[in-house]
Design a protein around this ligand. Structure first.
Ligand SMILES: N[C@@H](CCC(=O)N[C@@H](CS)C(=O)NCC(=O)O)C(=O)O
Length: 214
């Protein structure tokens, strides 16, 4: 069985775990913090980022996008990449966008409200939170709302890696208690609602709540 190095509240580890669940693939989660100097982890993830992934003694690599692309090649159940070339490109772009820009602003709020106070005895910087909540996050939600164009999924009618990536970061936003206002972002609020009702997402959230002792 493959090993995933990481901790479940990381949106990238969450995305990787959810891809396994969607495809019905088992993997062992080996709790590993970002930057860990564990040599087995570092052989998989030389940059020290989670998730790292090990298939066997000789084969290990990192990055949620790489891991999911690998899974797709090995398992055709519930495909995560659209067949059509334009849809495929859009799905990859939205995955990339959500794993970079959207993640940047969501992670900043997640750090201010959860990780800083809980693990680093750091007080919340209210000015930073206000900027994130009032300006920086809404800007990204506006973009995502426009990308949905009134639909319930981001690309075509099939759940894809775009929905998986965006949904994974939306769960971090959910943990921060940021409200995706349905009068302002109706399609996105609906997307978030449906994503959170997926059985594998419900199971993942229960796992995360257990980690945080909720
Ligand atoms: N592109 C990577 C990003 C992974 C990532 O940035 N993980 C964070 C944890 S949420 C991390 O390990 N950060 C530590 C660092 O950047 O050194 C992926 O998709 O897996």
């Amino acid at each position: 069985m493959a090993i995933i190095y990481g901790v479940p509240p990381s949106p990238y580890v969450r995305k990787t775990l959810l891809a396994h669940a969607i495809k019905g693939i088992s993997a062992e989660l080996k709790p590993t913090m970002p930057g860990s100097d564990d040599s087995e982890f570092r052989a998989a993830s030389p940059l020290g980022k989670i998730p790292g992934y090990r298939i066997d003694d000789n084969t290990a690599f990192a990055d949620s996008s790489v891991i999911i692309a690998y899974l797709e090649r090995t398992n055709s159940t519930n495909p995560l990449y659209p067949e059509d070339a334009v849809d495929y490109a859009r799905a990859l772009w939205l995955e990339e966008y959500s794993d970079t820009k959207f993640s940047e602003v969501v992670s900043a709020l997640y750090f201010q409200r959860i990780i800083g106070p809980m693990f680093f005895q750091q007080e919340t910087d209210q000015a930073r939170v206000d900027d994130l909540v009032n300006n920086l996050i809404p800007e990204q939600l506006n973009y995502l709302e426009a990308q949905l164009a009134g639909n319930t999924l981001f690309v075509g009618n099939q759940f894809s890696v775009a929905d998986l990536a965006i949904g994974s970061h939306m769960l971090s936003l959910h943990h921060t208690k940021f409200d995706v206002d349905s009068t302002r972002w109706p399609a996105l609020a609906q997307f978030k609602e449906s994503f959170m009702q997926r059985p594998e997402v419900i199971a993942q959230l229960a796992h995360e709540n257990a980690v945080f002792g909720k």
